[in-house]
Design a protein around this ligand. Structure first.
Ligand code: GMT
Length: 375
């Protein structure tokens, strides 16, 4: 197949999933064309089956807001026409699904029929649940998609409750490439971070409010009083300075390191003993899956799609959003006993294997085929 993929080319989960999916499809012989405003973060190599088409938006003094959606739709029209694509797969409803709908209508005037699949990732739905501004366009573009997928059952349920959806939504969970995400020998790094064999806790995110990064610091401060430990904060975003101040207030600065945005997250996860995800909401929790693939158990909130991934008492623990005391208590329970920690680590990896790319890729492939055949 010749597939066009549209996504946000950033470190965000939806961009990562879209890029990894495109790379995997290219590896098995499909031709994949990425249509984005920047080279996707993990698409930094050459492959004969991978193509990248940049969406450039002109800036004119007249425009307070550059018309990105129109530039994107126009680029989709060009790529579909001149590269003879069979299908477009857009990740994130806003504005990718509505741009795909517009491109599809324009292409009809050239006598070209192109089906498009929309994958919902979470914030595109939950954001609209809170802010109704986008509701008519999102509802329409989901209903006009030739195929719709959601990354968890919880996200599907949320979508059906926020919008009037007539289309079927297929749940295809996110996946992990276990060839890349696996525990690596990084003893020198571990010694540098934790010279006295302290336990290493890790959080990775975009430091937005929804991630509740303050809870990470608060729960670590409790754990740190009981277990010699270090915390690595990976990523960057609006809440970072607040977290740095909180570390100063709670007196844990010397045990917390802010590493900023990192490409090779799997190397950091390779030295970790516990992953922390206290998010307010999370449609799937890809970062937790990445941790589990590197044999790291997860302390998370019991929200959104996380329970479909993290198994309470097996691969980690799930607690109510904001309950930092229980999160800390569960973290100590896992970390204080070496045998128990080992078991949780093995369970985390075993669970991650259920989301291996090799299992999820054929589901996408046959879904594409189904959409092409019926449209
Ligand atoms: O919240 C983020 O980390 C970014 C966001 C995105 O749109 O890229 O992530 C969403 O999509 C990921 C991939 O499907 C999911 O794993 C995240 O849970 C989801 N984020 C939220 O629902 C808050």
């Amino acid at each position: 197949m010749k597939i066009g993929i549209v996504c946000y080319p950033t470190f965000g989960g939806s961009g990562v999933v879209a890029t990894e999916l495109g790379k995997a499809l290219a590896d098995i012989g499909h031709q994949v064309h990425f249509i984005t405003y920047n080279q996707p973060a993990r698409l930094d190599f050459f492959s004969e089956n991978l193509f990248y088409h940049e969406v450039a938006v002109s800036k004119y003094p007249l425009f307070d807001y550059a018309p990105y959606e129109i530039a994107l739709a126009s680029k989709m029209v060009d790529v579909v026409r001149f590269e003879n694509l069979d299908l477009l797969h857009v990740h994130y409803a806003i504005p990718h699904a509505s741009a795909a709908y517009m491109a599809k209508q324009i292409l009809k005037t050239y006598g070209i029929h192109i089906p498009f699949v929309t994958t919902l990732h979470g914030t595109d739905i939950t954001l609209v649940g809170k802010d109704r501004t986008f509701k008519p366009v999102v509802t329409f573009s989901i209903n006009m998609s030739d195929g719709v997928t959601a990354v968890s059952h919880h996200l599907k349920k949320d979508t059906l409750s926020f919008f009037d959806i007539e289309n079927e939504i297929r749940v295809i969970p996110n996946f992990i490439d276990l060839k890349r995400f696996s525990k690596k020998a990084k003893d020198h790094f571990k010694r540098a971070i934790a010279p006295f064999s302290e336990k290493i806790l890790v959080h990775t995110s975009n430091f937005r409010k929804v991630k509740r990064t303050e809870d990470v610091i608060k729960l670590f401060a409790i754990v740190n009083k009981k277990i010699p430990s270090k915390l690595l904060m990976v990523g960057d975003g609006p809440e970072r300075s607040m977290c740095e101040q909180l570390c100063r207030d709670l007196g844990v600065c010397e045990n917390v390191r802010f590493l900023g945005k990192q490409e090779a997250v799997e190397e950091i996860l390779s030295v970790a003993d516990l992953f922390l995800m206290p998010s307010e909401s999370e449609s799937f929790g890809l970062a937790a899956l990445e941790a589990m693939a590197c044999k790291v158990p997860v302390i998370s909130s019991n929200t959104g799609g996380i329970p479909e991934l993290n198994v309470d008492g097996v691969t980690g623990f799930l607690t109510a959003v904001g309950d930092v005391e229980t999160m800390a208590e569960k973290a100590v329970y896992i970390l204080e006993d070496e045998e128990r920690l080992k078991l949780f680590k093995e369970n985390a990896l075993a669970r991650a294997k259920e989301f291996d790319l090799s299992l999820i890729l054929p589901i996408y492939e046959s879904y594409y085929q189904e959409v092409i055949e019926r449209s």
